[in-house]
Design a protein around this ligand. Structure first.
Ligand code: GLN
Ligand code: ZN
Length: 763
């Protein structure tokens, strides 16, 4: 008999209940008890829907982030929040989100202002976690209360509970030593705490614990490989069984290591590392479980169940009950329930599976393996029909688009002149001061905006009414920016629900779910559009809004677009053609938009590539191939313009050191980046003239409600000036302001503009 299990369930709720509850609580509109109750209700609901599985995960729920949860479980709180005397959950949110010092001086040490923890991407996903902070003197102490309480809840909900935790090596791997000490040196202090946690599980009667070590799919230095041996030998004698979970990629040279570790089972992502499963089956000792992730936990397509069975059946014959099956990774990265989608085109809908449907697929596979294919014949036939319909559909295949991609050549991606020549033509047109100020694109998505959009979508507001409402918002943004004295303005993106969905909605080859939300960080969710077919642009997408905004001001108005790589990386993409081909199709479509904006007289065009780095494969050996087509796609999009047109690009959450040559190769005239949380450290990559064009290092963190002081901004810009010549520096926030309130934005930007003036006067 094969065993079925799940590595993690989306926690945000099918209708984003958790998001709304969190935001109400943060706005002090609801109580902590209400938030806790909602959390419990979601957990219960999610376990109920996983009841048919042999084992369901516990501990996958988090109010903000599973890594931050782990930091609290391990008692690893940043020093700056250790003196807090309030509730633990509030302290947890203080680390997650930061806190401004409005509490007053008296409370500075206990509950005053505190910086948010650094946030970074969870492997190659669009989920962001709070980076554990270490110093040489970091100590750990166990707080198992969250997991113990949830274990009891899971049992009450009628599931066989499998607690899941992040393993000790990955936990250290994901963190950052604030004092540059060797964080691996903390392992001896960390292991007893893990040991005690496993003992706690044992005393609660737990049989299996899922211990996630996705660091094993990355390139590990020898000391870190050795750390796995040390760690799991130390944890070996515990009374619970450990399922070591890897996902998101191949283990490669860590595979033999993983097979030898003294654990009771190994989970391999059989979507990305299918080739390694046979080797694992050979190398794992005969008493170990091999769990294979056969259902893709990262996309929304139905599994070809027959093909999966062809592969699984021989494995089941070899392994017998040692074979477990599961999704490839936690289902955190997919939406909850396709049943909620009543507006999707029925044909396209028939090709899709969300979390609950993926678990159903898992059960069908288990049925076929345990009772024979005949026992699930109807389900297999339905799956085969869906796979066949998708493959053959004319809605997927557009020969004209395929032909255009075939015709792409190097000339499409080249500007007429080099940056130096372009810069002088641009500056004589734009007439900007030193340290020009700008913002990244979006202004607050106010309640009015959201209301107008929902009325419009519900058919209660007509086209003209909606357009008028958006124009009013654009006008408001322009007036505010003029009053603030910003130099290059933006229209504010009022009309955009989301920087990717907005474009996807206007491109052929895309479709949209209504409730297909996936958590990005904290309460933030994204609803990735579904790229299902060949991409084309039926008509201009942004020109009307940008030209309207430009008509309201004499200052240059930036046209605002999302770049092809980001659209790709933030969409659910096709699994029936290479990502590169989908990206080139997007590049050609957005290029036409760039040229239309230029034709309409727009002098500055920003093409956001926030997610360029996100697409990097986990292993360096594969980086070049990705960067080659990704950068070329951006160049095709951006570089068809005249010298006089200034191209900006923007990236967030990015480290640049290792990809700076590719970023430079994109050849944007100006790049704005996220830097403030890292205290301008990121700029080291741009040092020594490695980056030849202009740079706007973000001077304040838009994820936090804190208002930056003028002084702080001046200090940050001076640090930037030590690395980059002043004449190539811009002053701007880290990212777009859509999640902020105007009451936060105005004082922050006032200080930012004042800082730029101070810098100009000093120069
Ligand atoms: N232009 C976008 C905005 O301001 C950029 C967002 C992003 O980089 N994530 O919202
Ligand atoms: Zn950004």
């Amino acid at each position: 008999m094969v065993t079925t299990h799940n590595l993690g369930f989306p926690r945000i709720g099918a209708k984003r209940e958790l998001k709304f509850a969190l935001e109400n609580y943060w706005k002090a509109q609801s109580s902590r008890d209400a938030l806790q109750a909602l959390g419990a209700q979601l957990r219960r609901r999610h376990w109920e829907s996983q009841r048919g599985l042999d084992l369901a995960p516990v501990g996958d729920f988090a109010f903000y982030d599973q890594v931050l949860d782990m930091s609290f479980t391990l008692g690893n709180l940043p020093e700056r929040v250790q003196g807090f005397h309030g509730d633990v959950l509030d302290n947890y949110f203080r680390v997650a989100r930061g806190r401004s010092s409005q509490g007053g001086e008296d409370h500075a040490a206990c509950c005053g202002g505190v910086a948010a923890g650094e946030m970074t991407k969870w492997f190659d996903t669009n989920y962001h976690y709070i980076v554990p902070e270490f110093t040489a003197s970091t100590g750990f102490s166990l707080d198992p209360s969250r997991l113990v309480a949830q274990l009891a809840e899971a049992r009450a909900a009628g599931v066989t509970a499998k607690p899941m935790i992040i393993g000790p090596v990955t936990y250290l791997w994901l963190g950052k030593a604030k004092d540059d000490s060797d964080r691996l040196a903390l392992l001896p202090k960390l292991l007893p705490v893990y040991g005690a946690l496993l003992d706690t599980f044992a005393s609660q009667g737990v049989e299996w614990v899922q211990i996630d070590e996705p660091a094993l799919v990355t390139e590990l230095p020898p000391a870190w490989q050795q750390a796995f041996v040390t760690a799991y030998e130390a944890l070996e004698t515990r009374r619970v069984k450990l399922l070591l979970a890897t996902y998101f990629g191949q283990l490669q040279n860590n595979l033999s290591l993983a097979c030898k570790l003294p654990v009771d089972g190994l989970h391999i992502d059989a979507i990305n590392a299918r080739d390694e499963v046979a080797q694992a089956a050979r190398e794992l000792p005969a008493d170990r479980v091999l769990s294979v992730g056969v259902i893709n936990g990262r996309n929304i397509w139905k599994t070809d169940l027959t093909a999966a069975l062809e592969w699984l059946e021989p494995l089941a014959r070899t392994l017998g009950s040692r074979l477990w099956i599961a999704p490839s990774c936690s289902l955190l990265h997919v939406p909850v329930d396709l049943e909620s989608e009543q507006k999707l085109d029925p044909e396209i809908r028939s090709w899709l599976a969300f979390a609950l449907q993926k678990l159903d697929e898992l059960k069908v596979l288990a049925g076929a393996l345990n009772q024979g294919r005949a026992s699930v014949a109807d389900a297999l036939a339905a799956s085969a029909a869906a796979i066949q319909s998708r493959r053959a559909s004319p809605r997927v295949n557009n020969p004209a688009v395929k032909a255009a991609v075939e015709k792409i050549d190097a000339s499409l991606g080249k500007r007429a002149s080099i940056y130096g020549q372009r810069a002088s033509k641009q500056s004589s047109i734009l007439n900007l001061p030193a340290y020009p100020t700008t913002t990244i694109g979006s202004f607050p998505q106010t309640a009015d905006i959201r209301h107008a959009r929902s009325e419009y979508k519900a058919g209660k507001l007509d086209d003209a009414g909606y357009r008028a409402a958006m124009r009013r918002e654009i006008e408001r943004s322009v007036r505010e920016q003029e009053a603030l004295g910003l130099d290059v303005l933006v229209h504010g993106e009022a009309e955009r629900n989301d920087m990717v969905e907005y474009f996807g909605e206007q491109l052929d080859g895309y479709t949209f779910s209504q409730f297909g939300w996936v958590q990005s960080y904290g309460s933030r969710c994204v609803k990735p559009p579904i790229l299902f077919g060949d991409i084309s642009r039926p008509k201009a997408m942004t020109v009307e809004w940008i030209t309207y905004a430009q008509s309201l001001t004499n200052k240059p108005m930036k046209g605002m677009l999302t770049g092809p790589v980001t659209i790709l990386n933030w969409s659910f993409v096709r699994d029936d053609q290479p990502r590169s081909v989908s990206c080139y199709q997007l590049a050609l479509a957005i290029r036409d938009e760039v040229l239309d904006l230029e034709k309409a007289g727009v002098r500055v065009i920003q093409i956001d590539e926030a997610a360029l780095r996100e697409g990097l494969p986990l292993r360096r050996a594969q980086w070049n191939e990705y960067l080659q087509w990704a950068v070329e796609s951006f160049r095709i999009t951006a570089n068809g313009v005249r010298d006089e047109t200034q191209i900006h690009t923007h990236m967030c959450y990015s480290e640049f050191n290792d990809i700076i040559a590719s970023i430079a190769d994109m050849d944007a005239d100006v790049i704005t980046i996220e830097t403030s949380r890292s205290d301008m450290e990121l700029l080291d990559a741009f040092d020594n003239f490695k980056y030849p064009n202009e740079i706007g290092p973000g001077v304040y963190d838009i994820h936090s409600p804190n208002i930056p002081t003028q002084d702080h901004i001046v200090q940050l810009m001076k640090k930037a000036g030590e690395r980059i010549p002043a004449e190539r520096l811009w002053v701007n926030p880290d990212c777009g302001l859509k999640t902020r309130q105007w009451e936060e934005v105005i004082p922050a930007l006032t200080n930012m503009v004042a800082a730029a003036k101070t810098l100009r006067n000093r120069a």
